[in-house]
Design a protein. Structure first.
Length: 356
């Protein structure tokens, strides 16, 4: 998606009319009965009220029986039976662009049980998640984060609460960066202060989303229109489609959008349809998330050739790389490489990014 100047002003921003009639939507990990993606007419991502379509939270994940995403197969182990190493995923992030990148990383995990029978979290491991930066949503409670409604029991990780800079610290601007990465140094990438070249291990989520909820420091950069109340059960709302929501930005050292002479003002805004590994970016629908594969699957099961282009794996590693190639249409501007717990590769960086 390319955002024009008029769209940036909010005059022609594309929206989807949301007609909500007695139902609620939550993000989650399952697509079968009792799963968090059960919505009107059983669709994991689009619901209907009359002739009006509704687009809300992420779609089904690879932890389902495979009915929602081709190639997932079936079979999910009890998360309480997983080894400690498979309860984590290691993430690194690098910036190969000449601008600062301000990103908004949200990870959502669901507690396994009656509400979420395919949830990734063993109930005994809730404290493991909260000790590693996740916040808890209790059973039956709801929390709005941006365009999504999360219903508990769930856990949410929102990196640095979207702060461009950390609240405290000393040294250079780069040392103070929170949810941001400094510019590349020539051809050498700059790595995130937390998600370093070696990676940071976090308890494994059911889904990973790059999404600016429009709060805190992110509010000044937000362009896409969110649902006013994603947890509402009635009324009519307007929202920018999920694949066109703000995900990350190219900014200067003062967190101001950096445009492009080739593509015009607003080209500093990137969306899920420009992210490798989202359903939006890899052509499997309007799902802005990366999703956890069924625990019985390995790298070969979810490889790019296998068609499960938006799945990551327990105990594995995800390497994210931000690039900037101002072509229209562009190739993905956030690319990933994914391995499983054995180190076998499931997904490689989009070759057009030329990452070794």
């Amino acid at each position: 998606m390319r955002i024009t100047y008029l769209q940036w002003l909010g005059l022609t921003l594309p929206v989807v009319l949301i007609g909500v009639v007695g139902w609620s939507v939550s993000t989650g990990c399952g697509g079968g009965a009792g799963g968090p993606y059960d919505t009107f007419f059983g669709s994991p991502f689009t619901t209907f009220s009359g002739s009006t379509s509704t687009t809300t939270g992420p779609g089904s994940t690879g932890t389902t029986s495979g009915s929602d995403i081709p190639g997932t197969g079936s079979g999910t182990n009890d998360p309480c039976a997983e080894t400690q190493s498979r309860k984590f995923v290691r993430i690194s992030m690098r910036n190969l662009s000449s601008d600062y990148v301000h990103y908004f990383l949200i990870m959502i995990a669901y507690v396994n049980g009656d509400t979420y029978p395919n949830g990734a979290v063993c109930p005994d491991d809730v404290q493991l998640y909260t000790q590693n930066g996740y916040s808890q949503v209790n059973e039956g409670a709801q929390r709005t984060i941006g365009n999504f409604c999360i219903t508990g029991p769930a856990l949410i990780y929102y990196h640095q609460n979207g702060q461009f800079r950390r609240a405290s610290g000393t040294g250079s601007v780069s040392n103070l960066l929170g949810s941001a990465i400094g510019p590349a140094q020539g051809s050498a990438p700059t790595y995130d202060n937390f998600f370093t070249s070696g990676g940071a291990s976090l308890p494994v989520p059911d889904e990973i989303i790059f999404h600016n909820p429009g709060t805190g420091e992110g509010a000044a950069l937000k362009v896409a229109l969110n649902l006013l109340d994603p947890c509402a059960t009635d009324g009519v709302q307007f929202a920018t489609p999920p694949c066109q929501q703000d995900a990350f930005y190219y900014v200067d050292e003062d967190d101001r959008l950096v445009g492009s002479s080739a593509l015009g003002f607003g080209s500093g805004i990137r969306t899920p349809d420009e992210i490798q590994g989202t359903g939006c970016g890899c052509g499997i629908g309007t799902e802005p998330a990366m999703v956890l594969a069924a625990s019985t699957l390995s790298a070969s099961d979810v490889s790019d050739n296998g068609g499960l282009c938006n799945a990551f794996l327990r105990g594995g590693r995800i390497q994210f790389a931000f690039v900037r190639e101002d072509t229209d249409p562009p190739f993905p501007q956030l690319v990933w490489q994914v391995t499983d717990a054995s180190g076998s590769q499931a997904h490689q960086f989009d070759p057009r990014a030329n990452i070794n």
